[in-house]
Ligand binder design. Structure first.
Ligand SMILES: [Cu+2]
Length: 272
């Protein structure tokens, strides 16, 4: 026969389980992260999912134990006044467990982070396309190395669309990044990637776009008055479309025609 107190605790537990389950099912497995649009972003995304799930499990255990202790060992009306609970200062098995488990968690997460970082920071001397990206106050220069194609921002300001970098789907793109004046940062949220452009220092990384579409990018380092307008976009198209685009840009630039700049409405976010 259950005592009324037991029934009360069980109801509380059932309510907590129902609340937790509905909270979990209501959110997606992205846990608020934008969907990854490059192969490298996929790695970052998976790591984020692992960290989030592990954090949820740890939080459930910690908060569960706190609530359970509060309910199970709360002071009751029937308790004699002034009587204290059993007191002990150490419990070796518990101490070993609560030291070993967190250390194991940290070691595993550290190992996964190192592996992901290697994958994301990997670069190559033989990419399919190399784009030299230069940040300057207040715009971007995209030079397709060896292709005779260069895109440059128009003078930036409110309502002025930034340049659009076109990249081939499923190819290895090496970005060689530097700055002409102060520190800028190349950031494309959908690529889950950001890298500082530091004057006097060249850094490179590889992007392998695995989704077609147009993705917004911006400078993510406060760099002066028009920092807020230092936008650009990245359009990922098929390899054949990319080659056609390169050829049209090459002939237009050779003829001295300025490269077409996307209108602000045409460069809205989202997949094609
Ligand atoms: Cu900037």
């Amino acid at each position: 026969v259950s005592s009324p107190r037991r029934v009360g605790s069980r109801r509380l537990l059932a309510a907590a389980v129902v609340a937790g389950a509905s909270l979990l099912t209501s959110c997606s497995w992205s846990f608020g992260m934008p969907s990854p649009r490059t192969e490298q972003a996929g790695r970052t995304f998976t790591l984020w999912q692992v960290f989030f799930v592990v954090a949820c499990i740890v939080a459930a255990i910690v908060y569960g134990l706190i609530v359970w202790s509060l309910v199970r060992y709360r002071r009751r009306r029937s308790d004699e006044a002034g009587v204290r609970g059993r007191n002990f200062s150490q419990h070796v098995p518990i101490e070993i467990v609560y030291t070993a488990i967190p250390v194991a968690i940290v070691v595993v997460l550290f190992g996964l982070s190192v592996r992901t970082e290697h994958g994301v920071a990997w670069t190559t001397d033989h990419p399919d396309v190399t784009v030299h990206v230069q940040g300057y106050q207040w715009g971007w220069r995209f030079d397709y190395v060896g292709q005779g194609v260069e895109l440059v921002s128009r003078p930036s300001g409110p309502g002025v669309a930034g340049p659009q970098m076109v990249l081939p789907l499923g190819r290895t793109v090496k970005i060689v990044l530097d700055s002409d004046d102060v520190i800028h940062a190349f950031w494309v949220p959908d690529f889950l990637f950001k890298r500082d452009a530091i004057p006097g220092r060249t850094s490179s990384f590889v992007l392998s776009p695995d989704h077609a579409g147009t993705f917004q990018g911006t400078c993510a380092e406060f760099c002066g008055l028009n920092h807020a307008y230092m936008r650009f976009s990245v359009r990922v198209v098929s390899a054949a479309q990319f080659q056609a685009w390169l050829a049209s840009q090459r002939s237009a630039q050779a003829a001295g025609t300025p490269s077409p700049v996307p209108s602000p409405s045409a460069s809205a976010t989202g997949a094609a």
